[in-house]
Design a protein around this ligand. Structure first.
Ligand code: UD1
Length: 361
């Protein structure tokens, strides 16, 4: 293999996305893929489980950089990734999404004059208080190939003047959809969560909360959990608990009648999605995974990057407003949704591979 691609990842949603593309790259057998794991997420159930279940190639490098402030984390990643890229001399580097690992990888790559590919490009929340918004804006501007999941993402780039720049912009669809399609059968066979928790089909709500804008503002967090508590009087609320949220609940001695469980792997998450009645979340990825699994979603944020979910009635933004959350829950219970519309493309990994090939082969 004469061509080399370095993939940089570090946080949970990136493992899911990379699983799809890594498989397509391996199938074609033309490009060598070298994976750098920054170590941003490191607990077994936040990281290893995804590599095992989804058969992601073992990272050649694991930098173990985590549990520090944004500056230190991004800075240390930048320094270490640069050294590796100097050794590996790849033809291009792929980064995913909007995390600190994405930004550090992007900066290290471009400063060395290596081609940069950004997957999930063009998304915007227009909320500059989110670290993710800063990371994605900066990464988009310097990437050579911008693989955009939606028309909205492409429009965002046009609006920011990207027509004046040389970045190549392509609508590829959303890679998380391929993951749901590919692993759905296997998860049904292998996941144990449904039996373990003894849940009734369509009679529990799946919730996740981890965004810094919610966890670092105690009033927001209290209000979100008040809404969830109210709902839990009617339906079991199952929450795989992110370590950041866990720490804050524990430090403030907050207890709720919610079925807290440890973070789950991809198979368990898919089965929870298939069997829940609806999803309440501040995660970006889970909003779409709910849609792919034909479930409506209540968004505990003040905006979303996935506006087509809201426009088509599959999602409602409630922020940290507990009353609005509960009311939306009641409305959803009475609504029949038609999920037959396609919003995020098809065979996305293949399309991405084609574009990446044009750039480097
Ligand atoms: C990060 C991303 C966010 C993404 C999310 C997915 C940034 C700025 N944010 O947020 O865009 O949606 O990942 O989950 O990059 N921790 C553990 N064990 C772990 C991982 C984290 O204990 O396996 C702890 C960390 O030490 C830290 C906290 O959880 O105290 C938050 O982790 P961090 O990676 O900073 O941000 P996330 O909230 O996960």
């Amino acid at each position: 293999m004469n061509f080399k691609l370095v993939t940089i990842l570090g946080a949970r949603p990136q493992f899911v996305k990379a699983a799809v593309l890594s498989r397509v790259i391996a199938e074609h057998n033309k490009i060598e893929e070298v994976i750098i794991h920054t170590g941003q997420h490191y607990d077994t159930n936040m990281s290893d489980v995804f590599f095992t279940e989804m058969n992601i190639p073992k990272p050649k490098y694991n930098l173990a950089i985590n549990g520090m402030g944004h500056g230190a984390m991004t800075g240390q990643m930048l320094e270490r990734i640069e050294k590796i890229l100097l050794d590996e001399k790849p033809d291009a580097v792929v980064v995913y999404g909007d995390t600190n690992s994405t930004l550090a990888g992007a900066l290290a790559t471009k400063k060395l004059g290596i081609k940069l590919i950004h997957i999930e490009a063009g998304l915007r929340s227009f909320n500059m208080a989110m670290p993710e918004e800063i990371n994605r804006i900066l990464t988009d501007r310097i990437a050579d190939l911008l693989l955009c999941p939606t028309d909205t993402a492409i429009q965002n780039l046009h609006d920011e003047g990207f027509d004046n720049f040389t970045n190549k912009i392509v609508k590829s669809g959303d890679i998380m959809k391929d993951a749901v399609t590919y692993y759905s059968k296997e998860s049904a066979e292998k996941a144990k969560i449904y039996q373990r928790l003894e849940l009734k089909q369509n009679n529990f709500v799946l919730a996740t909360i981890h965004r810094q804008e919610n966890t670092d503002d105690l009033n927001s967090l209290l209000s979100i959990f008040e809404g969830l508590s109210q709902i839990s009087k009617e339906q079991v609320v199952v929450m795989p608990l992110h370590p950041r949220t866990k720490k804050i609940l524990e430090n403030n001695n907050l207890e709720y009648n919610i079925r807290f469980i440890d973070p789950v792997g991809y198979f368990d998450m898919l089965e929870l999605l298939k069997n829940c009645s609806m999803v309440i979340t501040d995660s970006g990825g889970l909003q779409k995974e709910a849609f792919f699994n034909k479930k409506p979603v209540i968004i505990a944020r003040t905006e979303t990057e996935w506006v087509e979910l809201v426009e088509n009635g599959f999602a409602t933004i409630v922020g940290a407003d507990s009353t609005k959350m509960y009311q939306t829950y009641l409305d959803y219970k009475e609504t029949q949704f038609d999920f037959s519309i396609s919003l995020y493309g098809d065979k996305i990994g293949k399309q991405m591979y084609k574009e990446i090939s044009k750039l480097i082969l």
